[in-house]
Design a protein around this ligand. Structure first.
Ligand SMILES: [Zn+2]
Length: 171
């Protein structure tokens, strides 16, 4: 069985792209593209959907982020890394605002972010709730545990290539 993958831009992500493109602080967004989730190497805060806005007022830059799954401890590290990235680029006054509403959802993950999850052998959430093996793309997978390495992931096994992998739960 082959599954044809038709790339579509989820409307929530398309809205994020449009919002970002309309920002006057494109340079700041670009700097923040260098900041990755501490637990997901190569997955930027933007690609993960955590980075919501960058504002500048009276010389102070405000980075607005929304944590992923609630209680995610990574938010402190993300905040520090975002501040450091801007400091290193010459912006001294930076604050991070953590906003809980609207809540983060896996629909905010960019297509590049989903590719990077696969590269890390983590199955990204799909719109149709199917769970494909991140290694061989087979849809013949079974759940081993509802909780994988962290609460936001479930553990699956691919019945085709036998890879055991984490599935990033849809939220
Ligand atoms: Zn597989």
């Amino acid at each position: 069985m082959t599954t044809e993958i038709i790339p579509t831009l989820h409307p929530i992500f398309a809205e994020r792209v449009s919002f970002r493109n309309n920002s006057v602080h494109g340079d700041l967004w670009t700097i923040l593209d260098g900041v990755c989730d501490p637990e997901l190497p190569g997955l930027t805060l933007w690609d993960l959907g955590v980075l919501q806005d960058v504002q500048q007022s009276n010389g102070v830059i405000s980075v607005v982020i929304t944590p992923t799954y609630s209680g995610c401890p990574a938010v402190d590290a993300m905040s520090e890394d975002a501040i450091k990235a801007l400091n290193d680029s010459g912006f001294d006054q930076v604050e991070v605002k953590v906003v809980l509403a609207p809540a983060w959802s896996t629909d905010m993950i960019s297509p590049a972010g989903k590719q990077q999850l696969k590269a890390l052998h983590i199955a990204p959430p799909n719109d149709d709730n199917s769970i494909s093996c991140p290694v061989c793309d087979s849809g013949d997978t079974q759940v081993l545990s509802e909780f994988g390495s962290t609460a936001c992931k479930a553990m699956y096994r691919c019945n085709h290539c036998m890879e055991v992998f984490d599935y990033f739960k849809k939220l």
